[in-house]
Design a protein around this ligand. Sequence first.
Ligand code: ZN
Length: 383
Amino acid sequence: MVTVRGNALIGSDLTFVQGVSIQIDGEGTIINISKERKPTKYVLPSSYVIIPGFINGHTHVGDAFLKDQTYGLNLEDAVGPNGIKHTKLRTSSREEKIKSIKNSLELLVQNGYTSFIDFREEGIEGIELLKDELERYSIRGIILGRQTKKDTLEDIIKVSDGLGIRDIFSVTQDDLKLIAKLKENNSSKLVAIHASESEEIIAESISKYGKRDIEIIGNYKSFDYIVHANYSKEEELKLLSKNKINIICCPISSLYNGLKFPPLELISKNKILLGLGTDNVLFCNPDPFRLMAFTLYNARSNNQNLSPKEVLKSVTVNPGLIVKKKIGQLEVGYSGDLIAIDLESNNLNFSKDAYSAITMRADQTDICLQMYKGKVIKWKDQK
Ligand SMILES: [Zn+2]
């Protein structure tokens, strides 16, 4: 049992509350939040604010070893089946792959992430490799695998948290029927897919199937969410909303690849849960602070109205709701994953708005306390 006392952003609306005690049991679950002054060694200074640990909505943690080798290339040459990434994966040793995954996990933890949702390559072998490494890190990996020549969709779903499908071209009509059946029998497993990422992909979908990829996917209720949606139109968003399919966007990755900034305001307006992820580590580091600031600057530049609080939700509350797990909120019954940020650090001092300060000024050096399932990972004030 551990208790942390301080100011905090509580619940699904990240409401600022002064002086609360957050009590986490031995299993790592928040069991009580109250104004009661319970005795604890974790009494935080009044300049600190406790927020939920960050959730990275979309990663590919296996490709860190290719950092900065694809800037200027098109998507196909970078991450397509015969591009730099998959050629490297096919020709790398297990040791090289482990080193690459470790680098990504170190970065995620050091940047304040307590969960991430990974689209894992290389079938069962890839899933097991990541699971083995995760045992040594204080972070939750939600692993969505994909089928290979050897491993079927059924094999993958058994050993993972669900399916992270590459794109509409990698599944047949029969696969889509099977996915619907698998989802029916295992409702806790997730099903997600990349969609509407580039104009080339959309054009290919139209030429093959007579429809845009997102239109096809939007009709399958078995999908929990899609990733990207950079070129989505309002009628497509309405279809997704109707079928309760949510969206994770990766704005840094999209702009790195010369693609469109996603229509974040329109997504939220259509009552779709919006999560944010950093995507492939080869494109950019998994850094929630850079992701939030980048998203707000670009939303403004694209005439999209998005508040700092909404953006903070999209890296905490919303991805937790999208994957239907008790994570991403400081709330009774949720996992005791939290970080505390010092609002009087040099970065944040004098700011009149905590949400703006956290999303547009903070960086990892402002994290004073970090807990994963109630266990301390970092505590600056430790005596
Ligand atoms: Zn991806």
